[in-house]
Design a protein. Structure first.
Length: 201
């Protein structure tokens, strides 16, 4: 029994060591950058939602709250992955947010999501692939796929501001994927059951 316990401990240690060895310091740094970026995005979108509410843009406010929820999920999955890979969470302060008018806030959100979709996450994903780090690749892909949808939703909200249909919005609690219509069975991103989706009010 004692020998079996020792073997199990050894196997667990080897698994942790292997996980740590399979990721570069740059990928850990990238994950920290993503963690900070998503933390700031969640904080920023909450402020944008309050501004949209004050201006009477019900759907835009709901969309900002949904995106904030999604970014919070990405923040937590990035954090969990950093720790799983043996890294440390770097200290940082949230950016100060000074919301503009809702149209301006939507434009700022589109710019931020487009950068993450087209530049930041693709670069981070490429290195994670090179590292062969499945945990890093998974959390980065979850975020990147959601940012693609966020950019589309924000653009549509901006194009129709003032005449937006009062659409429902759902966020997958596993990966942060954000949709107007609940998937029939599984999340298109993480493939988990659609029962993991949360309706955002």
């Amino acid at each position: 029994m004692k020998q079996t316990f020792i073997l199990l401990i050894g196997a667990a240690f080897a698994a942790v060591t292997t996980a740590q060895a399979s990721v570069s310091q740059q990928t850990l740094d990238n994950l920290n950058a993503a963690f900070q970026g998503e933390s700031n995005a969640a904080h920023r979108y909450e402020a944008f939602a309050r501004k949209a509410d004050s201006e009477g843009y019900v759907y835009a406010a709901r969309l900002f709250r949904a995106a904030s929820k999604a970014e919070s999920i990405h923040r937590e999955t990035h954090k969990k992955t950093i720790l799983e890979l043996g890294g440390k969470i770097k200290d940082f302060k949230l950016d100060e947010v000074k919301p503009g008018m809702t149209a301006e806030n939507l434009q700022a959100a589109i710019k931020g999501e487009s950068y993450e979709r087209d530049t930041m996450y693709p670069e981070f994903i490429a290195l994670a692939k090179k590292d062969g780090s499945k945990p890093a690749l998974r959390t980065l892909l979850y975020a990147q796929k959601a940012e693609v949808e966020h950019a589309k939703l924000y653009q549509d909200a901006l194009d129709n501001l003032g005449k937006n249909a009062d659409l429902t919005i759902y966020v997958c609690k596993v990966c942060g994927y954000t949709v107007n219509k609940l998937p029939a069975s599984n999340c298109p991103s993480c493939r988990e059951p659609a029962s993991n989706y949360e309706l955002i009010n």
